[in-house]
Design a protein around this ligand. Structure first.
Ligand code: BGC
Length: 858
């Protein structure tokens, strides 16, 4: 090496060194001086003094700017006190609002894990994801009760049981908030359906609210110390949540002592004075009602006090101070936006939640060594279906589909045959051969009145965002008239899809085909017609769009032809078939209720697979129970996979092949039919009970809202409370889930008597009596047979998830507190224990409790 080379090598080396040093220095400087944690600090006189000092610096005009959000997902900034705007994001299954993220098995899937440690881990992971995205508020968890299987957001919520919800929501919130991120428990309260969610009034008596619908919120506040609560869209007993004095002032801020921020759901506010005076602290996403002009006028005329606004601001300021948002950056570089650690949490959630419901002849686990060819068919086999639809929908970086998970698991020497098995919906519309043409009459009105313009078409598949360009808002409605000739005798699928707030009615030979009412959003609707060979039917489809555009499809298909030949062939030649069906983000979503029946064509697909191959396993995706009657006795194995998040395919494969022993337990009872669900008769608003609510908009216009009333006459009889009280049996009971091993319960120990109000310890043994390791969820139910008050036959009051090696026994000890024996007494309006005999029952589901003991409370 010559000297020149030497010096240039040295200078390269020294410039590298310099770059390295600069980089190290930059990293060091980027680290804040204080540790980037985290958990909110407790309130103190010092914190209180700071909050008041901020308040004193603000003029009234500056104050009223702070009670409304900005730009969809932010609180307002206030430069006068150095307050930045704070960033929000949905929510329970992933920090979704700001690009791709980790999508977890959350909501109902989390509840199916029955694992409080996992709930905390999930919360922590979401908190870290939020910190990596500069997010201050996570707009979850949702804890509304899964009252009915068709409610479109059950998958985002937890379970049908207030105790299970309460027990999981506390560590979840603690996990999120431990990372320096505010959790927002929602939707307070009784938002248990999507049908007309902005307008319906959920009417329930106080006992029903206290015992079923409020406990998870109470636990979130009293035990989880959640720092934000979100009011729901609906009304409660005739008053919108955002201005509901009983819920917000008396219960939440009064009895439970909530110290944090009460925000509205997005556009769920209906009054300036009503909301301001009844507890709402923050109107999101923007102040339509609690805006500066409206509030200043209300303060001026005395209908809102300045001290009321001060209270809202102090809540916001205290929360900001607790989290130290002004003292540290919210972005925490020790977290990742693409998180490998998060992927592990996502996988754990999927593995723990997948619930084995049927396993005849011990078909599962499949022996991977014996599988040469496996068929994986169905619309949910690929692509992955990590979550349902709506504001919770997190976009995963690389979600693992069922077919990908199985193929990865089995490796290159096994043949994996994938077929969707069913056509896409739009193919049904475009492939329908109508008998003659379709007459399309477009009326110059919203309601098929006036003189129509007529054209013809070969198909009914119209998608147009605006009629004649964006400026054209002229109302229109369309009547499609056509005929269909059945070539063969048999069952025909009639499939229709409209969207938005559209109305739609279909008449076949003059007879209206009934469809479930949908107000917000529309899932595809379908019917089955039995037609004779050569029969011609006449159809009239009336389409009344909610917006100035068309989104309308209609088609007919011969049902036996729906299932592709390829799928049948694959099923026939495979050693085993996995049929992946269920719902997805368009058929189960925020904003619409779903059908109880599986989406169109899927029953036929399962039947075809089961006919072709006795080793057929069905995997169901969905937030709860669905109609299994057409095929359940024809398939040997059934797995419910919930919405398993981004690692779902991997988890499904591990469960199918026994690498992971299934351990999910149903957090909701599975019904045979929607009709047998206890809320069935009370789900839709009572006819004739509507009343009109007068709302004055901030522009001074008066708007009349019709309020339909949903009467919660099922009362306390939600889910298993109904099944066990009536002595009838659910298809699959709450708490149920099979394993590849077996467990036994023994040695129950409980005091024969105790003083009312004292804690009672109950203990028992759980033994793994099978040959593989597994997890069991031991469940403790309390019955109050001597009560004069009418009480559900049993109620869950304790549980523990136990992991056991083959032959291993663990002694489980659970403590029952006062609330475990109490009911809400409507007379004195308080939690009450009626002394007398109680029964403690322990087992592995709400309907299988082999251990029981009496205890007398005196
Ligand atoms: C949902 C909330 C959500 C909010 C913000 C609303 O439509 O009901 O759950 O947090 O949007 O996305």
């Amino acid at each position: 090496m010559n000297s020149q080379q030497n010096s240039s090598t040295q200078s390269i080396a020294s410039s590298r060194l310099a770059r390295l040093l600069t980089a190290l220095l930059a990293v060091a400087l980027a680290q804040p001086m204080v540790a980037l944690a985290q958990a909110p600090v407790a309130d103190s006189p010092n914190l209180e003094a700071k909050a008041h000092a901020w308040l004193e610096k603000l003029t009234l005009e500056q104050k009223v700017e702070l009670v409304g959000g900005v730009e969809g997902m932010f609180t307002n900034a206030q430069p006068a006190i150095g307050l930045p705007r704070l960033k929000m994001s949905d929510a329970s299954v992933g920090v979704r609002t700001w690009g791709p993220t980790t999508a977890y098995a959350g909501g109902a899937a989390l509840a199916a894990t029955w694992d409080t440690d996992f709930a905390r881990r999930l919360g922590e992971s979401l908190g870290k994801d939020a910190r990596a995205r500069n997010v201050n508020f996570l707009l979850g968890p949702g804890v509304n009760i899964a009252r009915s299987p068709i409610s479109g957001r059950n998958f985002e919520y937890l379970s049908e049981d207030p105790y299970l919800n309460s027990t999981l929501v506390v560590p979840f919130i603690q996990g999120v908030q431990s990372q320096g991120v505010i959790a927002t428990v929602k939707h307070y309260a009784l938002n248990d359906q999507e049908y007309n969610r902005h307008n319906v009034s959920s009417d329930a008596d106080e006992r029903t609210m206290r015992e079923i619908y409020l406990p998870a919120f109470e636990a979130a506040v009293s035990q989880g110390h959640v720092d934000a609560v979100m009011n729901s869209y609906n009304l409660i007993n005739g008053v919108h949540a955002t201005q509901n004095e009983f819920l917000n002032l008396k219960v939440l801020k009064g009895e439970w002592g909530f110290q944090g921020i009460l925000m509205s759901d997005w556009d769920a506010t209906y009054s300036t004075v009503g909301a301001a005076n009844n507890g709402l602290d923050l109107e999101m996403p923007s102040p339509r009602f609690m805006n500066p002009p409206a509030l200043l006028a209300a303060i001026k005329d005395g209908s809102v006090k300045e001290s009321t606004i001060d209270d809202k601001l102090l809540r916001i300021f205290r929360t900001v101070l607790r989290y130290g948002f002004l003292d540290r950056p919210q972005f925490d570089p020790s977290n990742s936006t693409y998180s490998v650690a998060g992927r592990a949490v996502a996988l754990q959630g999927a593995l723990e939640s997948i619930t084995l419901l049927k396993n005849e002849g011990r078909l599962l686990p499949l022996d991977a060594a014996k599988i040469k060819t496996i068929a994986v068919i169905g619309p949910n086999a690929w692509p992955a279906v990590p979550g349902g639809g709506g504001s919770s929908e997190a976009q995963a970086f690389e979600p693992v589909s069922t077919v990908t998970g199985i193929a990865n698991f089995l490796g290159p020497n096994v043949h994996v045959l994938y077929a969707r098995g069913l056509p896409e919906m739009t193919d049904v519309f475009s492939h329908t051969r109508w008998d003659g043409t379709v007459n399309v009459a477009t009326y110059p009105s919203k309601d098929l009145t006036g003189t129509p313009e007529s054209t013809t078409s070969n198909a009914i598949a119209d998608y147009k965002n605006e009629w004649d360009g964006p400026a054209d808002k002229t109302p229109r409605s369309i009547r499609y008239t056509t005929a269909y000739k059945a070539e063969k005798a048999g069952k025909y699928l009639v499939l229709a899809a409209v969207s938005g707030n559209d109305d739609f009615a279909l008449r076949v030979d003059g007879k209206l085909l009934e469809s479930p009412p949908h107000i917000e959003g529309q899932a595809p609707q379908f019917w089955t017609l039995d037609l004779a060979a050569g029969q011609t039917i006449h159809l009239v489809a009336d389409y009344l769009p909610g917006f100035a555009g068309v989104r309308m499809g209609l088609g007919i298909a011969y049902q036996p032809d729906l299932v592709s030949e390829e799928a049948k062939q694959f099923a026939a030649i495979a050693d085993a078939v996995v049929v992946a069906v269920g719902f997805n983000d368009t058929t189960e979503s925020e904003g619409l209720d779903r059908t109880f029946a599986l989406p169109w064509g899927q029953d036929a697909l399962i039947e075809a697979a089961a006919k072709a191959n006795p080793h057929t396993i069905v995997t169901l995706t969905g937030g709860g129970g669905m109609d299994t009657r057409p095929w359940l006795d024809k398939v040997p194995a059934l797995l419910h996979v919930w919405y398993p998040g981004q690692e779902g395919g991997t988890a499904i494969a591990e469960v199918l092949f026994g690498k992971h022993n299934p351990e999910g337990k149903l957090p909701v009872s599975f019904d045979r039919s929607w009709e047998e669900n206890p809320s069935f008769s009370y789900y839709y608003p009572i006819k004739g009970a509507d009343n009109v609510l007068h709302v004055t908009e901030t522009d001074g216009k008066k708007n009349d809202y019709v309020i339909p009333h949903v009467k919660y006459e099922d009362g306390l009889m939600v889910g298993y409370r109904y099944w066990t009280t009536t002595g009838k049996h659910a298809l699959y009971p709450f708490g149920f889930g099979l394993s590849y091993t077996t467990f036994s319960f023994s040695n129950l120990q409980a005091p024969a008597s105790a003083a009312s109000g004292s804690q009672v310890t109950v203990s028992f043994d759980v033994t793994n009596t099978g040959s593989v390791s597994g997890a069991e969820v031991a469940q403790l139910y309390v019955s109050d047979p001597s009560a004069k008050a009418k009480r559900p036959e049993r109620e869950l009051k304790g549980f523990e998830k136990v992991r056991l090696a083959p032959g291993e026994t663990k002694h489980v000890s659970l403590t029952l507190d006062t609330r475990a024996f109490s009911y809400w007494d409507e007379g004195p309006k308080k939690w009450t224990i009626e002394p007398g005999k109680f029964v403690l029952r322990v087992g592995d589901s709400s309907e299988n409790t082999p251990l029981n003991a009496d205890i007398t409370l005196h």
